[in-house]
Design a protein around this ligand. Structure first.
Ligand SMILES: Nc1ncnc2c1ncn2[C@@H]1O[C@H](COP(=O)(O)OP(=O)(O)O)[C@@H](O)[C@H]1O
Ligand SMILES: [Mg+2]
Length: 405
């Protein structure tokens, strides 16, 4: 069920923003407005995020990601459009009501998570609860639980400056988790971390998400990170969302030349999974192997298959078994039930497809199921394209904003 919906959101900075929205609605782009000193940060963005989903917003620096995110929790008022969370229109709430929703239901984790230097790790993790007025004993218990979830057990009494950057970022995550907010908004939360630590945090988030099932909007300028984390991914360019889909949709069916050029260097064999490309078991049944065995039943197919893999297995791991046999690789679900087959031809065909944009999607073609990409996909290759320093105020703990708003 969709918990968060944004419809036709616009944010224009500068003079006469409403006029600018009308110009944009008529098809103007950012550059045309920039001439008179107006910035269209977000243009006609609509998204829907389901419960338990990681929705990634990806785009280059300046594409409007942070502005979009800040409208989702009401920190910025949209110039036009609506945001609904659990059916409640945030744009219609009073400041007081909005602060309540923000402190109880929504948590934010920023890129540079500013911890309070003179508070212990435990106090930092419990800060969101303090803002809510939760009594000390309960606050400390919940903060300690959240620290344990993020792998910081034993560090409760430490000071922030005793922690590495990666650990400080974990405290930020713990603070967000401690409040029990259902909606987590993460703005480049891992972007400042070294590649290996970053990958670790991505793993941890995926792991936590399996049990916590939060609704997460995760912002990144890194394609690999987007592919790794996102159940659905929105690609932004110059303020507009140019495509929304699963990692597979974006890789296999890029909406335009821009997306196609963006994804051209992605290692498809590590992002696409067996579950994403498999054929139905029925397509295998009834065939005969070169050595004369009939694959009449699912059991016979499983017995003859060169390997049995889970749906999340990246295609890269199917090369060896596929080269060893003419029988397709068997694919099973989490319960071990047979759900599909990957024949060698299919594997080669998928990897050989070029990333040409799909200009005219055939009507009536069923949408592909959203596919979780492999947790083993490579993490960011040392992204050297870190954003310029955030604007002032952005580096402050969100609590300051909440508390002082
Ligand atoms: N408060 C502001 N005033 C004026 N322009 C802004 C403001 N915040 C963001 N912008 C502009 O809006 C555009 C999108 O910014 P932002 O949402 O921060 O992008 P991203 O997070 O994708 O890097 C940029 O051109 C940025 O300079
Ligand atoms: Mg940003």
């Amino acid at each position: 069920m969709s918990r968060l919906q944004a419809e036709h959101l616009y944010k224009v900075f500068g003079r006469r923003p409403e006029d600018a929205v009308r110009t944009l609605e008529a098809g103007a782009d950012r550059d045309e407005l920039r001439a008179d000193g107006t910035t269209a940060a977000v243009i006609d963005a609509s998204i829907e995020v389901d419960e338990g989903q990681i929705f990634v917003v990806m785009g280059l620096s300046g594409s409007g990601k942070s502005t979009l995110l800040r409208m989702l929790n009401g920190l910025l008022e949209p110039t036009a459009g609506t945001v609904r969370f659990d059916g409640q229109d945030l744009t219609s709430l009073s400041d007081k009501e909005l602060r309540k929703v923000r402190s109880e239901k929504i948590s934010m984790v920023f890129q540079h998570f500013a911890l309070f230097p003179h508070r212990s790790v435990l106090e930092n993790a419990g800060y969101g609860l303090e803002v809510q007025g939760v009594p000390r004993a309960e606050r400390e218990r919940r903060a300690a639980e959240a620290l344990a979830l993020t792998g910081l057990e034993g560090w409760e009494k430490s000071w922030p400056d005793e922690l590495s950057g990666g650990m400080q970022q974990r405290v930020g995550l713990a603070r967000a988790l401690a409040t029990d907010a259902d909606l987590l908004l993460m703005d480049e939360s891992f972007s400042a971390l070294d590649p290996l630590i970053r990958r670790d945090m991505q793993d941890q988030l995926l792991e936590l998400q399996k049990t916590l099932k939060k609704t997460i909007v995760f912002i990144t300028h890194d394609l690999n990170e987007a592919m790794r984390l996102g159940d659905r991914i929105a690609v932004m360019r110059d303020g507009r969302i140019v495509q929304i889909g699963s990692a597979e949709d974006i890789l296999v069916r890029p909406a335009n030349d821009y997306v196609a050029s963006f994804i051209q260097d992605v290692d498809r064999s590590r992002v696409l999974t067996a579950g994403a490309v498999m054929s139905e078991v029925g397509t295998v049944l009834g065939s005969t192997t070169p050595d004369g065995k009939t694959l009449g039943t699912a059991a016979e197919f499983r017995a003859a298959a060169p390997a049995t893999v889970g749906q999340d297995t990246p295609l890269a791991e199917l090369f060896t078994p596929c080269s060893a046999s003419t029988v397709p690789v068997a694919v099973t679900d989490d319960n071990g039930a047979l759900v599909g087959a990957v024949p060698a031809e299919r594997l080669l065909a998928v990897l050989g497809e070029s990333a040409e944009p799909h200009r005219a999607p055939a009507p009536g073609v069923p949408a592909q199921p959203a596919v979780k990409t492999s947790p083993k996909a490579p993490a960011d290759e040392a992204s050297g394209d870190d954003e310029p320093a955030d604007e002032p105020g952005k580096n402050e703990p969100e609590d300051k904003v909440i508390a002082g708003a």
